[in-house]
Design a protein. Structure first.
Length: 299
């Protein structure tokens, strides 16, 4: 794996958000344009064509300015725009950093992910490193910690882990038929993951990330997560899982965000062992349970 992982930016039709994300990315510590690959999906309907064209114009102008690779899909791939892009880069370069068009990184985003991806690249149980977690955090939770569930906003992974991803969700039948496994997958009732998986398999919930969680869960994988948010979700009221503007929803996802200059203000302290961090998991369960009572989801 190279010292600095490639960066995949995925976009569809949110030109203004993409502009903000690309600008913030260019200001990151350790930014180099040769690392960036911008994947723009094709319009699914005639109604989407103007916004898709505007988004492609933003991507084209930015990539031309920075000498960066641009991939313009010639058919609408939907979530396969993301999953195929991640597969391409992990297979060719060993690792990848993933940003979507509404994931606006802080200055320290790349430095954290690069360092963590290098540190844990040979640790088979670590499936992901993530730069954001729904906050605010409680006192006493360490600067970085391990959770048994991945985060969907601003993250990285390796070839060895991403090869476990399976759109057909092999292993789901056994999990869904086992009450104990379902309960564990649902974080003991804090997060309705099994119901989201069932809906995804039926086709009435659009998500690649619930399948990524399944792949990680079946192999007892872990995600290393930064306590401090180094990426901001700026598109909660748009996109596939959009909802009306909601201050509470924004606080749920972005309460840890401290501005575009955010950096890790510690010496990249990592957990002493590769195992679930109990106090972080207890906090995360409580956090997800409080949100699930509002009948919301994180992916």
């Amino acid at each position: 794996m190279p010292a600095n992982a490639p960066i995949a930016v995925f976009a569809y039709q949110r030109s203004e958000l993409l502009q903000q994300t690309l600008h913030a990315l260019s200001l990151c510590d350790a930014f180099h344009p040769s690392r960036v690959h911008v994947f723009c999906d094709q319009a699914a309907t005639a109604r989407d064509e103007p916004s898709v064209a505007a988004t492609r114009d933003v991507a084209r102008d930015w990539c031309r300015q920075h000498g960066t690779r641009l991939v313009l899909r010639d058919a609408n791939l939907h979530f396969a725009n993301i999953t195929q892009g991640l597969t391409e880069l992990t297979e060719s370069e060993g690792a990848v950093i993933s940003l979507e068009d509404d994931h606006r990184p802080a200055a320290g985003f790349l430095a954290f992910l690069d360092h963590a991806l290098a540190r844990y690249r040979d640790e088979e149980n670590v499936f992901q490193v993530a730069a954001a977690v729904p906050g605010p955090m409680e006192p006493g939770i360490p600067d970085t910690f391990f959770l048994p569930v991945p985060m969907p906003i601003g993250w990285g992974t390796w070839r060895r882990a991403w090869r476990c991803f399976d759109w057909d969700a092999a292993g789901s039948a056994g999990l869904l038929a086992d009450p104990a496994a379902r309960s564990a997958f649902d974080l003991d009732g804090a997060y309705p993951a099994s119901r989201l998986l069932e809906r995804a398999l039926r086709g009435d919930f659009q998500s690649y990330f619930i399948r990524w969680y399944l792949a990680m869960f079946l192999r007892r994988g872990l995600a290393l997560v930064s306590r401090r948010a180094l990426v901001h979700n700026s598109g909660l009221d748009s996109g596939v899982h959009a909802m009306a503007p909601d201050a509470a929803r924004n606080r749920f996802f972005n309460a840890n965000w401290n501005g575009a200059d955010a950096r890790l203000e510690h010496s990249r302290a990592y957990p002493a062992e590769i195992a679930v961090t109990p106090e972080a998991l207890a906090w995360f369960r409580a956090r997800m349970l409080s949100w699930s009572t509002r009948r919301q989801t994180i992916v």
